[in-house]
Design a protein around this ligand. Structure first.
Ligand code: UGY
Ligand code: MN
Length: 251
């Protein structure tokens, strides 16, 4: 639709404690530190979140590296192929992911181009925690388990759930008609990206129709619930705070 036909309607909704960001609202930006990269910053501290979630399009020859000292990163390849070098080496194709611990030097290069989903946040250290490792893996190599015994809601836990990790990145897959088993409310916030399918997301007192490509920010305590609709499975990847008490601040 050309701009002169635009009605001003959008499913995007930015609220005090949650947000839905649809692809039609994306505004790309470029950072001098990331030559050849075009980023869409979906969620950031400017919104009230304590983490950042971006989509990054890499042209052939593009490079990216950590932007801020002390931040940990999670990178999922959505399209194309990228090469990781520095602290951790590897080649990642679509569905490959990298967990990059804070205070490590790494660089990503796309020789032919790629599209990434990226989460980053300041790492919150604890005194007795095991330090998180950096590693690469692939989505299909992570076991999928029925969530609270429901085979219609499979959960993949992509990062180790050990005390060193102050965050979790999980992937949910729901059959059509599958739902979260409860309306959750918890102090941990979430950043979510819908990879496939469609459904209805309850956020606070709003029920939003959502589809692949949508992003959701859920702030602390926002009541949340999901039901998958349509004819195909719905899949979403999401970030959650883990293994730290409420009020924990970057150390
Ligand atoms: O891990 C979670 O809190 C998850 N069940 N929340 C969600 O999918 N909105
Ligand atoms: Mn939750």
């Amino acid at each position: 639709m050309s701009n002169d036909q635009h009605t001003g309607m959008t499913r995007t909704s930015i609220q005090r404690d949650h947000a839905l960001i649809c692809p039609a609202s994306h505004v790309p930006v470029r950072f001098p530190e990331w030559p050849g990269c075009e980023a869409v910053v979906l969620i950031s501290p400017e919104m009230g979140a304590k983490f950042t979630q971006m989509l990054v399009n890499l042209d052939a020859g593009a490079t990216m590296a950590p932007l801020t000292a002390g931040e940990e990163w999670f990178v999922l390849v959505l399209e194309g192929r990228v090469t990781l070098s520095g602290h951790l080496e590897g080649v990642l194709d679509a569905d490959g992911f990298a967990s990059l611990a804070a205070a490590t030097d790494w660089q990503i290069e796309a020789s032919t181009g790629g599209r990434l989903l990226v989460f980053s946040k300041p790492y919150i250290a604890t005194t007795d925690a095991l330090v998180p490792a950096s590693f690469v893996s692939r989505l299909e190599d992570v076991p999928a388990d029925p969530f609270l015994g429901d085979p219609g809601a499979l959960l993949q836990v992509l990062l180790p759930d050990t005390s060193g990790y102050d965050w979790g990145i999980n992937l949910f897959e729901f059959v059509p008609g599958g739902t979260l088993p409860q309306v959750e409310s918890h102090f941990m916030e979430h950043g979510l990206y819908l990879l496939a399918g469609q459904g209805v997301y309850r956020l606070g007192e709003h029920w939003y129709p959502v589809a692949a490509g949508d992003t959701i920010w859920m702030g602390p305590y926002v009541p949340q619930w999901f039901a998958a609709t349509g004819k195909h499975n719905a899949r979403y990847i999401y970030y959650k705070e883990m293994n730290r008490p409420p009020g924990a601040v970057p150390g």
